[in-house]
Write a protein that binds this ligand. Structure first.
Ligand SMILES: Cc1ncc(COP(=O)(O)O)c(C=O)c1O
Length: 373
């Protein structure tokens, strides 16, 4: 059963729906991962796409993160105000995005992950033109079937080219184990990732090249990251707030869930259900494997949000004794927190009996505002 942490009285009349975070749990989540990484001698570089909020990134850095991961130029610009060691874990394509990266403060140590000569060449050219040195992590496909090179020969070719070009330096390899998650056979998949990775690293070794950085890690497989030999950098992101998927995957318990959407019950007129003011525009309509619905009520996790339209969320009451009334407030844990956070203007960060209002600053593209379109 999820334990609903208490919320301060100052939030009793706040307009809903709104994203809440419990700072006690956020700090505990960050500290737990910091301890794990220290214990296994892994550099911790959390992915900030989950919170997109500089104040939360600061909590991660204070807990021991030694770099941050970003996916967009906007995230890079915002996170550069918090940390001077950024990894853009996304192939940067397009002059506008490159220009924004190159405009980051020169004191920012920038690494970029990529998997093609096209991206490498344009990055190297931009870096050289801006007198920057960019560390390149070459992305490998170790089973997620998204981006990443498929063979050691491709890796060697791209690594050599990275070294040849002015402006870039071959720093290592990265991979995303997005195929390992709820319902996976973890033992088999981790063993497969480890042996596939070894083939790539052996090829580098034989060619006299070395991957200083071996970057991986996601939340579902977070606590098993050390079982992948040579992995020395970990990029989990979701762990900071957790969600229904984190609990389903076994990576977190309900008591580690730090994010919920505060919503108000607006109708109970149709029997067997309650309708809240948080729909797909607050919770995100993300499926969770074969599980029913799009989220659960915090503290009543058998009360499932079984349907969503844009501004309506339907809580199924047929499988629970929970009986909310119109005007009651509920807190919903979405299936996938990152997408829900991206729908919020601000996060209300609850700190004991008080709260802070933190804009989700790294959301959006901002290219138009920056005049760079
Ligand atoms: C490149 C990359 N690294 C790290 C992560 C973090 O994974 P998680 O959100 O499961 O913690 C993601 C997730 O999308 C990712 O795409």
């Amino acid at each position: 059963m999820a334990e609903g942490s208490s919320i301060p009285s100052s939030l009793e009349s706040v307009e809903t729906p709104v994203g809440l975070i419990d700072l006690r749990r956020v700090r505990a989540n960050a500290e737990r991962v910091a301890r794990y990484c220290a214990e296994h001698d892994i550099k911790w570089r959390p992915h900030t796409k989950t919170h997109k909020t500089p104040e939360v990134a600061r909590i991660e850095c204070e807990a021991g993160a030694r770099g941050l991961t970003v996916a967009t130029p906007r995230e890079a610009e915002v996170m550069a105000t918090v940390c001077r060691d950024l990894l853009l874990a996304y192939p940067v394509v397009g002059a506008q995005k490159l220009a924004r990266l190159m405009a980051l403060d020169p004191s920012v140590k920038l690494s970029v992950a990529l998997d093609s000569e096209t991206v490498l060449d344009s990055l190297a050219q931009a870096a050289a033109a801006h007198q920057r040195q960019v560390d390149v992590l070459i992305e490998l496909d170790l089973g997620s079937r998204r981006v990443g090179l498929e063979t050691p020969e491709q890796l060697l070719k791209l690594a050599r080219r990275t070294q040849e070009l002015a402006g870039t330096r071959f720093s290592g390899v990265m991979f995303h184990v997005g195929h390992i998650g709820t319902g996976s056979n973890y033992d088999a998949l981790i063993a497969q990732v480890a042996s596939d990775l070894q083939r790539f690293l052996d090829a580098l070794d034989a060619a006299g090249l070395r991957a200083e950085v071996v970057s991986g890690g996601n939340t579902p497989a977070l606590w098993r990251s050390h079982e992948i030999p040579h992995l020395n950098e970990m990029r989990a992101g979701t762990y900071i707030f957790n969600d229904r998927d984190s609990v389903a995957s076994g990576a977190a318990t309900w008591n580690d869930v730090a994010y919920s959407v505060l919503a108000t019950v607006v109708s109970v007129s149709v029997s067997g259900q309650a309708v809240i003011d948080a729909g797909s525009k607050a919770l995100a309509k993300e499926a969770l494997g074969h599980a029913r619905g799009y989220g659960v009520v915090l503290g009543e996790d058998d009360a499932v949000v079984s349907g969503l339209s844009e501004e309506h969320g339907v809580i199924d009451l047929t499988t629970t004794s929970f009986r909310p009334k119109v005007g009651d407030r509920v807190r919903i844990v979405p299936n996938h927190v990152c997408v829900s956070v991206n729908l919020q203007d601000v996060l209300l960060a609850v700190d004991g009996t008080t709260h802070h209002t933190w804009p989700v600053l790294a959301r959006g593209r901002e290219a138009f505002r920056a005049g760079l379109r």
